[in-house]
Design a protein around this ligand. Structure first.
Ligand code: ATP
Ligand code: MG
Length: 265
């Protein structure tokens, strides 16, 4: 078996709540191979966002460890964790976390510029096009709706073409059609570029499309099943009616279908 791209070993997180400790995560252990698509599901408050933050090295566990592409995060300082994230990881936060002082385009350009891309602006524009916001690049996050900010955050996470994409409720603020399009885009990346997906979601359709489902309950991993039909591990499917499989040539989203005019906003 190849080296997992992500491994969690007895991951626990406890915080103080008044006088008593509050256990948020309790001994979570699993490994993800490159190219897998994994849904993390569980009731609200079960620890999903906390787990994702630990997996990305954005937060530190109380005990246990995370290995990202073979690097134990406990052995890395903040700078080296940030460098690992930059090299490997795209992250979509539940609360978007766009930088308010930057336009949509500048937000998407940021990871590309950090990686030293000399065509950052062009590539960021292409990603904004793909999420249906090609004409909104000059708008600041406060000028965008929640769903639009979510799509900018998704474009930003994709723009560096990471090996590993972690997303916290990536379709949570999107209508059904847009959510499906975002999911289509993620699974195309998974199939065509081997991008590993780790998605926290309440969206049953999205969870169903993942090759594997991890279930959390009250901070414990209570289920780990192979499921789904869009896993990278399955033979390539015939192109669907939506034209899946044309990532390079076809923008997934069409602004025209969304009622956005070039001067909208
Ligand atoms: N820093 C903290 N201090 C105290 N409690 C916390 C802290 N961070 C998280 N929690 C608590 O830990 C539990 C798990 O939180 P988490 O955000 O991981 O849940 P979640 O599964 O992502 O929920 P949701 O589906 O609502 O997003 C919650 O009860 C939350 O209130
Ligand atoms: Mg959450």
């Amino acid at each position: 078996m190849s080296r997992p791209i992500l491994r969690a070993e007895r991951l626990s997180k406890t915080v103080r709540s008044g006088d008593s400790p509050l256990v948020i995560l309790d001994g979570v252990t699993f490994a993800v191979e490159a190219g897998e698509s994994v849904a993390i599901v569980g009731a609200s408050g079960s620890g999903k966002t906390t787990l994702l933050g630990l997996l990305a090295g954005l937060d530190r566990p109380s005990s246990g460890d995370v290995w990202l592409d073979g690097h134990a995060l406990s052995g890395e300082d903040e700078d080296r964790c940030a460098a690992l994230r930059q090299r490997l990881l795209g992250f979509v936060f539940q609360s978007f976390q766009l930088l308010p002082a930057l336009t949509a385009l500048e937000n998407v350009m940021l990871p590309l510029e950090l990686a030293g891309a000399d065509d950052a602006s062009q590539r960021a524009r292409a990603w904004l096009d793909r999420v249906g916001l090609g004409k909104r690049g000059h708008h600041y996050p406060r000028q965008l709706s929640g769903g639009e900010q979510q799509r900018v955050a998704i474009a930003r996470a994709f723009s560096g073409e990471p090996k590993l994409l972690m997303a916290d409720e990536p379709t949570g603020n999107l209508d059904n059609a847009t959510g499906r399009e975002v999911a289509d885009l993620m699974f195309r990346l998974n199939r065509e570029h081997g991008t590993t997906l780790v998605l926290v979601t309440h969206d049953l359709d999205l969870a169903r499309r993942c090759g594997r489902r991890l279930s959390l309950s009250a901070g414990r991993l209570v289920g780990d099943e192979k499921v789904g039909s869009d896993s990278n591990f399955q033979p390539p499917a015939a192109p669907s009616p939506e034209g899946e499989g044309k990532l390079e040539s076809d923008p997934t989203f069409s602004e025209g279908n969304r009622g956005l005019s070039p001067t909208a906003g």
